[in-house]
Every structure is written in structure tokens, then in C-alpha cells.
Design a protein around this ligand. Structure first.
Ligand SMILES: Cc1ncc(COP(=O)(O)O)c(C=O)c1O
Length: 344
């Protein structure tokens, strides 16, 4: 294989069959961490920049692309902007890992790390405030806004969802971690059309507000929000599962031990949700989970015992991991709690 550009390093048809991962059921893990820059976000980055180009907004050597990212999109946009000749400013927060920030800078991005938490204890609000300041002071700045940009959803409808549909004759369950909800909304839209009986499961950490949970401090990057993203209005999941960060860490550790692949924190969260819903699966169901990135960049955090002891606290008051129906009972969260279990 000879390539002409690093952007050709995207692997649409990579699925790891996890034998007997959820009870007797095999699970197909769609691996996105082997893409260039190490995550699913390179597809999003290309989609967002091509959208600017289609709308005639982007001018090489002049336009300053601006975005808020906890790391993966920032790294991907750094590469895409470098290749296409746009300047790039990434606004991130202390949860982003150092190697990712270094990578962004090596690709030529200007990285701003906000230190102040917002009013609900997260960083997203502070990141948005910083972006507003940049837009006011830099006339050529364009905010691609992955949290509200329909191009973020469309790229996952046209690519990620179709990649799943191409691989399987029928799909019964798809588990998707929710950050901006771009992946979730795109996959949900396209796969509900292709497989009307499918169940799309949105997965987020306890403490994320996207699907109505109470805000709480979270430490694992990439998944969950402290401000509900606009795209979530289009997500239409059939179910939502909220996973404690402690359980995420356990899932990552047991996965590397049993399935021999170091995966990222959002993958661990998704895998924990798959196992939580295992009693729901019927014989012959095809179950797919999306793995947005790999684990090497989390060796100093999720895979570091001291970091976990300091940052991933077991709540004093036991928190319920919640699973509730989304799509068909939207707005009726209180009476749709299912499979609740107390976490010790
Ligand atoms: C590692 C990781 N997992 C999951 C997600 C969530 O994807 P989305 O923003 O499409 O909801 C992201 C987004 O940045 C991510 O970086």
C-alpha cells in the first residue's frame, strides 16, 4: 500500500470480534484508534474543514480555524489544517493529556489551556468563553463548533454508520459514547433508517448533563459534557446508560487483560455499558460498539494506579448507574429507569 497523504490512513472496516464478551454474546468493537492521529476524530476534522470549504468560508494562509477540544479533535484538526494550509487555535483544558497537546503544537497549532472550571464544575463553559474572546479579537477566526455543527453529525452518518452497515447484514445494537454527540447523532440517524428495529445506546459517564443527569466533576476526557451540546437534540438514542468513572477504569483494565488491547477511557465506558445491558440481548443479535481511540495516551491517567486513586473517587453517597429509554419515551426520564444498580 502506497499512500500520498497521511489523511489516507483511515481504516473504515476494522472490527474486533470479542468472543463471549457479554455473557454468551460476541460483540464487534469498531476500532477507530488506528486512524492517523489515533482516533475517530480525524473523520470529524476532515468533515468540519471540508464543510467550511464548501461554504466558501476557508481561505488558506488567512483563515484561523478555532475549536474547543479535549484532545482528539484538536490533534486531528491540527493535522488537517496543517495539510490544507489553515492556521489553527485549539482551546482545551487540564484533562487533555500532555502528549496530545505536544502533538498539536508539533503540527503547528496554537494551544490554549483554560484553567478555570465553569459554574457547574466542568471546563466546557470556560472553553466557550475563551473562544468568544478569540472570535472578537481575531477577524479571520472561524469557530467550527463541533458541539452544534451539523457537519459533525453528517460525517458520521455518511461514514461511520455506513461502515457498520456495509459490514453486517443486520445490526441489532450499537453502543456509542457521547461527547459532542456527533458520532451518536450520525450513527443513530443513518442506522435507524437502515435497520428500523435497531437499538442505539448512548453511553455517557455519571456526572455528564447531556441526557439529563446531574452534573458532577469528571476526569476522563472525550466523553460526557458539562453543557448539553446542541447536536444532542438530533441524537435520538433508544437507551442511555450512565457509567461511573470507577467502572470505566475497571473495564479498561479487564479488557487489556482479557482481550489484549489497550483502549481509551471512552471505549472502557462503552464496554462497561455493553456488559451492563447483556441480559437484554437475544440469541443471534448482532452487537456493535464503537471504540473511538486506543489506550497508550492514557498510561499516565486511567492506567496509572496513583492517578486513579487521586482522581477517580468512589462517591460518598452511592450513585445509581442509570439506564433509561431515550427515543420513544423522550422527556419521561423519571418513569423509564431500568436496570438500575447500585455501585459499590
Ligand atoms: C476518545 C473519545 N471518545 C469519544 C468521543 C465522543 O465522540 P463525539 O464527540 O462524536 O460524541 C470523543 C470526542 O472527542 C473522544 O475523543
Amino acid at each position: 500500500m502506497i499512500i500520498e497523504s497521511p489523511l489516507e490512513l483511515i481504516f473504515p472496516d476494522l472490527f474486533y470480534r470479542l468472543r463471549a464478551f457479554a455473557g454468551d454474546h460476541d460483540v464487534f468493537l469498531k476500532l477507530e484508534g488506528f486512524n492517523v492521529t489515533g482516533s475517530i476524530k480525524v473523520k470529524t476534522a476532515i468533515g468540519l474543514v471540508e464543510d467550511l470549504e464548501r461554504r466558501g468560508i476557508a481561505r488558506p494562509n488567512e483563515t484561523v480555524v478555532v475549536e474547543s477540544s479535549s484532545g482528539n479533535l484538536g490533534l486531528a484538526l491540527s493535522l488537517v489544517c496543517a495539510i490544507k494550509g489553515y492556521k489553527f487555535i485549539c482551546v482545551t483544558d487540564p484533562n487533555a493529556n500532555r502528549a496530545t497537546i505536544k502533538g498539536m503544537e508539533l503540527y503547528g497549532a496554537n494551544v490554549i489551556v483554560v484553567e478555570e472550571r465553569d459554574s457547574v464544575g466542568g471546563f466546557l463553559g470556560s472553553r466557550f468563553k475563551t473562544i468568544e474572546q478569540i472570535l472578537q479579537s481575531e477577524p479571520n477566526a472561524v469557530w467550527v463548533n463541533q458541539y452544534a455543527n451539523i457537519a459533525n453529525k453528517n460525517v458520521h452518518a455518511d461514514q461511520t454508520a455506513n461502515e457498520i452497515a456495509c459490514e453486517f447484514d443486520k445490526v441489532d445494537w450499537v453502543f456509542v459514547g457521547a461527547g459532542t454527540t456527533g458520532t451518536l447523532a450520525g450513527v443513530s440517524e443513518r442506522l435507524h433508517q437502515k435497520f428500523p428495529e435497531i437499538k442505539i445506546v448512548a453511553v455517557e459517564p455519571v456526572g455528564s448533563v447531556t441526557f439529563g443527569g446531574a452534573p458532577r466533576k469528571r476526569n476522563i476526557p472525550g466523553i460526557g459534557t458539562s453543557v448539553r451540546p446542541k447536536l444532542a437534540d438530533l441524537a435520538n438514542p433508544d437507551m442511555v446508560v450512565a457509567v461511573n468513572e470507577e467502572r470505566t477504569v475497571e473495564a479498561c483494565l479487564s479488557f487489556v487483560r482479557d482481550y489484549h488491547l489497550l483502549v481509551g477511557g471512552s471505549t472502557g465506558t462503552v464496554l462497561a455499558a455493553v456488559q451492563q445491558l447483556a441480559p437484554e440481548f437475544a440469541r443471534g443479535d448482532t452487537i456493535v460498539a464503537i471504540s473511538p481511540d486506543l489506550g497508550e495516551k492514557y498510561l499516565d491517567t486511567i492506567y496509572d494506579t496513583a492517578w486513579v486513586e487521586e482522581n477517580v473517587t468512589v462517591p460518598e453517597v452511592k450513585t445509581q448507574e442509570q439506564t433509561y429509554k431515550g427515543r420513544r419515551d423522550r422527556g419521561r426520564r423519571s418513569d423509564v429507569l431500568r436496570h438500575s444498580r447500585l455501585v459499590s
